[in-house]
Design a protein. Structure first.
Length: 248
C-alpha cells in the first residue's frame, strides 16, 4: 500500500487498555448538603437572636419580614439557585470532555500509528467513536495495527488502490460480498471472526482473523477462480508497508 518498508514487530499479546472513568460531580462532592445544613438553621435561628439582641420585639421583627418579603425570598432561593447553576456548569464541562475522558489508552495502537505515519500513510482519519461503532456492528474486537490504520486513513485512504473498497463506509458490506465470491467458486464462507478490510473490484479480497489474540494478525487473500484462500502476509503491518499489496 506504500512504497516504503517498515517493521513494527509482531505482538502476540494484546496491549492492556486502561479506560479512564468519567468523573461525575454530585451535590455531596460539591459540599452543597453541608452548606445548606449550616445556612438555613443559621438564618432561622440567627434572625430572631439578632432581633432580641437589638432590643426589638417579635412583632417588630414580623412586621419587618412582611415589609421585606423579597429579601426573605432571596435568602431562601438564592443559595439553592447558586448551587443548581454551579452543578449545571460542572456537568456541562464533564459532558464536553466526555470523549477525551473515556478514550482508551492503548500503547500498541499509538506505536502502530507512529510507524505508519513514518512511512507516509495518509488519509482522512476515523474517530474513536466510529471505530467503536464498527466493532459493535461487526461484533468483533479489532487488532491494534488495524485500529491504528483506521485512525490515520479510516474514512479515506490515499494509499488504497483505485477500485478497492477499504474505507470505513464500505467495511460493513465487505464480509457478505466476500462470502458470496467464495460461494460462487465452490468454497466455504469465512469464519465468524474473519474481518474483510479490503475488496478490489469485486474479484479479490483481503482479511484477517479478529480473534483478540494478536495486535498484528496475519493477512489472508483470495482471488476469484483460485481453489483456496492463501496466507499472503504474516502481519497486517506488512500489508500496509508493502508496495501495491492489493494488486493481486
Amino acid at each position: 500500500m506504500n512504497g516504503s518498508h517498515c517493521d513494527v514487530g509482531a505482538s502476540p499479546t494484546r496491549a492492556k487498555i486502561i479506560v479512564m472513568p468519567r468523573k461525575r460531580t454530585s451535590l455531596r462532592e460539591m459540599g452543597a448538603y453541608r452548606f445548606l445544613a449550616l445556612y438555613y438553621p443559621s438564618v432561622i435561628v440567627g434572625y430572631p437572636l439578632m432581633v432580641l439582641l437589638l432590643g426589638h420585639s417579635v412583632a417588630d421583627a414580623w412586621e419587618f419580614l412582611q415589609a421585606h418579603r423579597g429579601l426573605v425570598v432571596g435568602l431562601v432561593i438564592l443559595p439553592i439557585a447558586f448551587i443548581a447553576v454551579h452543578w449545571f456548569m460542572q456537568r456541562r464541562t464533564h459532558l464536553v470532555r466526555a470523549d477525551e475522558e473515556v478514550q482508551p489508552k492503548n500503547d500498541a495502537v499509538d506505536r502502530f500509528v507512529d510507524q505508519f505515519r513514518a512511512i507516509g500513510i495518509d488519509g482522512e482519519p476515523a474517530s474513536a467513536r466510529e471505530i467503536e461503532q464498527l466493532e459493535e456492528l461487526m461484533h468483533l474486537s479489532l487488532p491494534a495495527s488495524y485500529k491504528a490504520y483506521l485512525r490515520i486513513a479510516g474514512r479515506e485512504s490515499t494509499s488504497c488502490l483505485l477500485g478497492s473498497n477499504c474505507a470505513l463506509r464500505h467495511l460493513p458490506e465487505l464480509r457478505a460480498a466476500a462470502d458470496a465470491l467464495l460461494g460462487e467458486n465452490g468454497l466455504q464462507p469465512l469464519s465468524a471472526n474473519a474481518f474483510v478490510f479490503l475488496m478490489h473490484q469485486g474479484y479479490q479480497f483481503f482479511f484477517f482473523e479478529a480473534d483478540g489474540y494478536s495486535d498484528d494478525p496475519p493477512v489472508f487473500y483470495y482471488l476469484e477462480c483460485e481453489p483456496a484462500i492463501v496466507r499472503r502476509f504474516e502481519r497486517f503491518s506488512d500489508f500496509v508497508c508493502t508496495p501495491d499489496s492489493a494488486a493481486g
